[in-house]
Design a protein around this ligand. Structure first.
Ligand SMILES: *Cc1c(COP(=O)(O)O)cnc(C)c1O
Length: 226
């Protein structure tokens, strides 16, 4: 099966998941999680009409996307992996959105760089940000703890003036994802955020039924990673 067929299949499953799902969002974007995928494969996905991509590493995105973007100006690129403060400037030049804002130091560094780039371009930013929440409170995993999320969101939005639009989570691999999606949804509602980035190849239908506005799909689109 080629990528175009896989896209059709995912769209069909997405549509089906929305039926009889009172919590489903009015629309759910499919973001292609393209880590490890070579440019030739991305060209195939782009030709099939997919325009939203997520990369995990700044360096890999810098190698792959500037050329692709010249040929496909409609592309939107999100960072879905951890970001170090010393890579913030480069990340802002490559990505339209950063889904992994998860600590004050990083948020401050982003805010500082945004002010500088606004001064350079004499405009206001087009960037958008998601706060990553560690819903499973796993010590090794990125993300702000659920009980600290409210304060952190307010700090980013009100004090730093970051355009935060939503929340993102990666549930623990060994647990049913639904309670984590429910927690993320609850935190978003409580903090007045409209976007929910949740759901991957194994659980995107569950995520859609629970209100996801952005499912991040890798293997179901590109096949197993080598
Ligand atoms: C790789 C990745 C995905 C996609 O995972 P699949 O299981 O391949 O669909 C989604 N989100 C993040 C943050 C990832 O790193």
């Amino acid at each position: 099966m080629g990528i175009a067929d896989r896209i059709k299949e995912i769209e069909a499953r997405t549509g089906k998941a929305r039926q009889d799902a009172p919590l489903a969002a009015p629309a759910t974007a499919v973001l292609a999680a393209s880590k490890g995928q070579p440019v030739a494969v991305l060209e195939e996905a782009l030709r099939a009409g997919l325009l939203l991509y997520g990369e995990n590493r700044v360096q890999e995105a810098a190698e792959k996307w500037p050329e692709l973007r010249k040929r496909h100006p409609g592309v939107r690129l999100h960072l879905i992996g951890p970001l170090q403060t010393n890579k913030v400037k480069e990340a802002l030049s490559l990505f339209d959105a950063i889904q992994t804002v998860d600590r004050p130091k990083l948020a401050e560094s982003i805010a500082t760089e945004l002010v500088k780039s606004d001064q350079r371009t004499n405009g206001s930013t087009d960037h958008r940000f998601f706060i990553q929440v560690n819903t499973g409170e796993e010590p090794q995993k990125a993300g702000i703890a659920p009980k600290e999320a409210g304060d952190f969101i307010r700090y980013c939005r009100d004090d730093l003036k970051l355009p935060v639009i939503g929340l993102m989570c990666i549930p623990p691999a060994a647990e049913p994802p639904a309670p984590h999606f429910a927690l993320l949804r609850k935190l978003a509602l409580k903090n007045n955020l409209g976007e929910l980035s949740m759901g991957m190849s194994e659980d995107f239908e569950t995520a859609i039924r629970m209100g996801s506005t952005c499912v991040r799909i890798g293997r179901a689109l590109f096949g197993e990673r080598g």
